[in-house]
Ligand binder design. Structure first.
Ligand code: MN
Length: 239
């Protein structure tokens, strides 16, 4: 009887602990120089356009996996962590061949997702100031930028990203990349970008990528993008 009650209590304690844990706890982080940047808002902050479960899995599992891979690689190759990640990406040829493909995917994924969380936020809104003037000049307006961006995102076959790049003169361009590649690999700078891997939208949108691309604009944080635009023109924008 005592044994029976004891095992019941232990089971109860374990259940209570499990109930208190987050539903989608981040995968166990390996110790190392790379850290998962916290989401700058709650996982449900982008609803109804992006659901909380997608955000929790995307940030806590997918992005964490890139961090874990980079930390494992940095044990043998400390130069990966001793310079800004955009510099590693711009010179992948300098990365030892044994880990080059993994670093391409994981450092690209880390940079892309770090940018992605930052340029989203609740509330949406419209561009203003210098970045709005650049959008008017280079695309004729936000609606043309959005339709061209969404078309490019729809044309990505399989998994990849669609970006707006910005050069030091402030000129904007739309570019897509496969997998976790990024214009940073060509020494360029990213103003904003959208993840068109199925994991970014499948729970809510299933195969309806165009609908996701359209609704995603409601989550874009133009204040942060305006700051990124100014930093790019000053040569101070990293990832
Ligand atoms: Mn992703």
């Amino acid at each position: 009887m005592t044994m029976h009650r004891r095992s019941f209590l232990m089971t109860g304690a374990a259940l209570a602990a499990a109930a208190m844990a987050p539903r989608f706890a981040a995968a166990q982080a390996a110790a190392g120089p790379f850290k998962l940047p916290p989401l700058p808002y709650a996982p449900n902050a982008l609803e109804p356009h992006i659901d909380a479960q997608t955000m929790e899995i995307h940030h806590g599992r997918h992005h964490q996996a890139f961090i874990n891979n980079l930390n494992n690689a940095a044990k043998q190759h400390s130069q990966l962590a001793s310079q800004p990640i955009e510099n590693v990406l711009a010179r992948l040829g300098d990365v030892p061949e044994a880990v080059r493909t993994m670093v391409r995917n994981s450092a690209g994924g880390h940079a892309n997702h770090s940018m992605f969380w930052q340029i989203m936020g609740p509330g949406g809104g419209e561009p203003d100031g210098d970045v709005n003037a650049a959008i008017q000049r280079d695309f004729g307006g936000i609606s043309t930028l959005q339709s061209r961006f969404n078309d490019a995102g729809g044309r990505v076959f399989g998994s990849g990203w669609v970006f707006v790049t910005v050069d030091k003169e402030g000129k904007l361009a739309i570019e897509s990349r496969p997998n976790q590649d990024t214009p940073l690999m060509d020494g360029k700078r990213v103003l904003l970008g959208n993840d068109v891997w199925e994991h970014a939208y499948y729970l809510k949108y299933q195969n309806r990528r165009p609908e996701y691309l359209k609704n995603w604009w409601n989550t874009v944080n133009w204040k942060v993008i305006g700051e990124r635009y100014a930093a790019a023109k000053e040569g101070k924008l990293g990832i």
